[in-house]
Design a protein around this ligand. Sequence first.
Ligand code: PLA
Length: 424
Amino acid sequence: MASTIPDEMLGPAPTSGSHGPSVFADVVQAPEDPILGVTVAYNKDPSPVKVNLGVGAYRTEEGKPLVLNVVRRAEQMLVNDGSRVKEYLPITGLADFNKLSAKLIFGVDSPAIQEKRVTTVQCLSGTGSLRVGAEFLARHYHQRTIYIPLPTWGNHPKVFALAGLFVKTYRYYDPATRGLNFQGLLEDLSAAPSGAIVLLHACAHNPTGVDPTFEQWEQIRQLMRSKTLLPFFDSAYQGFASGNLDADAQSVRLFVEDGGELLAAQSYAKNMGLYGERVGALSIVCKTADVATKVESQLKLVIRPMYSSPPIHGASIVATILKDREMYHEWTIELKAMADRIISMRHQLFEALRAKGTPGDWTHIIKQIGMFTFTGLNTEQVAFMTKEYHIYMTSDGRISMAGLSSKTIPHLADAIHEAITCVN
Ligand code: PLA
């Protein structure tokens, strides 16, 4: 084919042509993601009894993904509104969405919001909010070490390290009690260098399902403020833990009430079921309105070269629901129904194991909170359950309770029973 590009612009003639080795020949095959890779394996399994309990994605009793009625209604309203256009959003996203998101997490009467000490930017769901916050801290905060709980969501260390922070861990979970290692947590945070950043799961800790009590949160707050440790809250499950949006934001609000500074990353993936819409927000609570304005100007410099501005659709759905009293109410009812179904799955699984006489104390299934149960099953037992029962879960023994139904619980109970009694 004749080229319209002058010869002198084409560079030297290729020596190996299209048959030579790839310039990427040395790229090594990367492993699948430890969580999302479970879905990849599940999709390849032809078994009719397979169950995916890997990724935390809500399913109905019929095992189907759920689009909330209130979300469908909001989308319909948006589609019917002929005045809506597809212009770029500002770098910081939809203004209404940002204001309403701050109120949702900090409370409608939050003095920090009234005093304009909070800057909120729309980001790409929880992950994007964490990443933007981390990039900002790496550039503008004097202490670049972040402490994350052990264990934590598998993506946390990668998000923070790639943003340029140094990642360290603090003790969180005690496998012996299957509860919080509160003493270890306090010791590790006491030993952290002054000013260090500390990642806290606002509620429904992933993967353990173990949260501090309100009194323990207060002790954590006192310790952190006395050492000027900077809280970075990850709020990916507001409303999913207890079924109540305010109760699940208590930890964050406790830290805002004392007038101190913090970051909070919010996700609407789970609580509004907007997983693939990638809707979230990063808020930074500052000491003064003047600081908040400057911080926001720098957040824009983080976002603009990364993805320029966020997408409009999901944020418009959220803003439509949050600003309408009646739709907001409908949302809280649907949210509570999801949380209640998960809690009911906990009771059913616990009862099923008790009825079978499965060795061990399984009360942690009903004590843990949120989307996941941290079963205590080891890697070999998990591999056995996947191979023999086609049950897909992460290798650390975490199961997504939201992926279960009354129909699949007997199958899971059989699998756990055999794994516990036959595989060590
Ligand atoms: N933070 C925590 C603690 C999470 O568990 C998750 C999602 C996120 C942030 C990010 O969510 P988002 O970006 O979709 O808003 N964790 C899931 C999914 C549900 C995942 O791994 O991406 C999980 O199965 O652990």
